[in-house]
Design a protein around this ligand. Sequence first.
Ligand SMILES: [Zn+2]
Ligand SMILES: [Zn+2]
Length: 263
Amino acid sequence: MTGALRALARFLLPNACVVCEGAVERRHPDALVCRPCLARLRRVPRGCHRCQQPLPPVGPCRYCASWPDELASVRSAVWLGAEARELIHHLKYEGYTALGAVLAGVVVRTVPRPDQAFLVPVPLGSRRARERGYNQAEVLAAALAVRWRLPLVTHTLRRVRDTRSQTALTPEQRGANVAAAFAAASPPPQARKPHGPPVILVDDVLTTGATLAAAAAALADAGWLRVGAVTFARALPYALRAGRGWGVRDDRRESSIGVGISD
Ligand SMILES: [Zn+2]
Ligand SMILES: [Zn+2]
């Protein structure tokens, strides 16, 4: 194909959306995700003041009950529906690191910016980091640091042992699997003051919180006083997952965020 033909083909066949493989809008030829797919992402509503999970009809939140006290605030942008799952898959396994900026764009539209904080990506084990060549949480955290104008700190937290993939484990097994998996460096002087900047852990997905809890415990052991976390997506609670129509692509009953990708 000649250069002119290739240019014509690019004009006639715009980029495919990584989620639905449909064409992205002509006005945004380099976009990785089409607007309808972004609009189908469903915002996690406000819930428990600490973990944001929807509260049960009666009684206190059970989702964060077993987390260590140090993990004071956890926020997620969207539910792990079909589109969010696809975005993370491409970021994680298909090498689409440019999606980090797309995911960060969704986070800044849904999660309030902390006044001051150190953004710390949840590290991968060394084996998985070697296999993948990059850490998807770090890609997201770096893009978020740009959008929020907050410092990215990548050497404060590390995995001290490789853990099994969490995917097939029960909540109890997840906790045991990641316990003592992390070690942290001591904080800079300003973070040792009671109202100093917190460390905000950044990860792609929140499932049970076992990983964040283990990372927060390691940071607290190292002397960090305040730990929070932000994730792009959050696993759907069982009640929502089992609900009629949940996960169906054209189900618009839940609030969508309708985020644009041009800015
Ligand atoms: Zn799409
Ligand atoms: Zn809670």
